[in-house]
Write a protein that binds this ligand. Structure first.
Ligand code: GRF
Length: 213
């Protein structure tokens, strides 16, 4: 292995996935290889983005399985087959069990669209996060990339970036600014940072330079 193999879990439009694809294409993630995309929903645009980039991509909807156990067993099988080193949750709306999460200590990361510990935890996803930030009246918000543990949005923080709240913001305008200025910048940076740590922890790994990757 010369690069950490990454699985990106998605549920929607996949703009964060696109940021990873673009960053990899620009040679900015030399220690990471995007190897698998798993969507919790059929027909989402994230799957198209993955296919256009030549990344194996599959929809694995929870509702097509009898139990959470069977669902997670299928996901584990896919991760095993691709020999995945790091799981990136990029707008993944299905809940992973504590049992699943505990199998991958420090090997699952998530992007959350606020400065944790503000506006996070159960129920804080999508526009709701920005609605609450505006309702509270904060002047600064942002995004956080963190490790995933059994507590929703509770794992160790990896990177954060602040974004200004402007007069007249709506949840939609704030969401867009947080994505453009923070999420799409932070996520590739965090993936490269953790991938490098994974590669560096194995002395046999020789990392390809940009030119021969
Ligand atoms: C992003 O706001 C991300 O922070 C959150 O879900 C959203 C996903 O958007 N976890 P996209 O599918 O990457 O466009």
């Amino acid at each position: 292995m010369d690069k950490a193999k990454i699985a990106v879990f998605v549920s929607g439009g996949g703009t964060n996935l696109q940021a990873l694809i673009d960053s990899a294409a620009a040679g900015q993630m030399p220690h990471a290889r995007l190897s698998l995309v798993i969507s919790s929903k059929e027909g989402v645009y994230a799957l198209e983005r993955a296919k256009a980039a030549g990344i194996p991509a599959y929809a694995v909807p929870r509702k097509t399985f009898d139990s959470r156990e069977a669902y997670e067993k299928e996901i584990l099988k896919m991760l095993d087959q691709e020999e995945i080193d790091l799981i990136v949750l990029a707008g993944f709306l299905s809940v992973l069990s504590a049992d699943f999460v505990s199998k991958f200590p420090d090997r699952i990361i998530n992007i959350h669209p606020s400065l944790i510990p503000s506006f996070c935890g159960d129920g804080f996803y999508g526009l709701k996060v920005h609605e609450e930030a505006l309702r509270y009246g904060v002047k600064v918000t942002g995004a956080t990339v963190h490790f995933v543990n059994e507590v929703t949005d509770g794992g160790r923080i990896i990177l954060q970036k602040a974004v200004s709240v402007e007069d007249g913001d709506t949840p939609e305008t704030l969401q867009k600014r947080v994505m453009e200025q923070a999420e799409w910048v932070l996520l590739p940076r965090a993936v490269e940072q953790i991938s490098k740590e994974i590669c560096d922890s194995n002395p046999d790994i020789k990392v390809h330079s940009y030119s021969n990757s």
